[in-house]
Design a protein around this ligand. Structure first.
Ligand code: SF4
Length: 77
């Protein structure tokens, strides 16, 4: 799978830590208890996408690094 660009919308993040549990090599909580991406390559792409899907606040955005295509959440049509 292509390299991913993963970002967290901190306004939406509700600090549930689901992403930290499912991909601890990628996500951690910052000083304010919001998730941040500290190592974008810290887990396989499938695991990062699974973490994004599992976020209860839909605060994790994953895009293809090369093409910029948003992979999750799926772009609205
Ligand atoms: S799973 Fe979503 S709401 Fe929970 S800490 Fe991660 S980004 Fe925030």
């Amino acid at each position: 799978m292509a390299k991913l660009r993963t970002t967290v919308n901190k306004v939406k993040c509700i600090s549930s830590e689901d992403c930290v549990e499912s991909a601890p090599g990628v996500f951690r909580l910052d000083d304010e208890g919001k998730s941040e991406v500290y190592n974008p390559a810290g887990a396989p792409a499938a695991a990062i996408l699974a973490a994004a899907r599992g976020c209860p606040a839909k605060a994790i955005i994953v895009a293809d690094e090369e093409t910029g295509t948003q992979l999750f959440p799926p772009p609205k049509k």
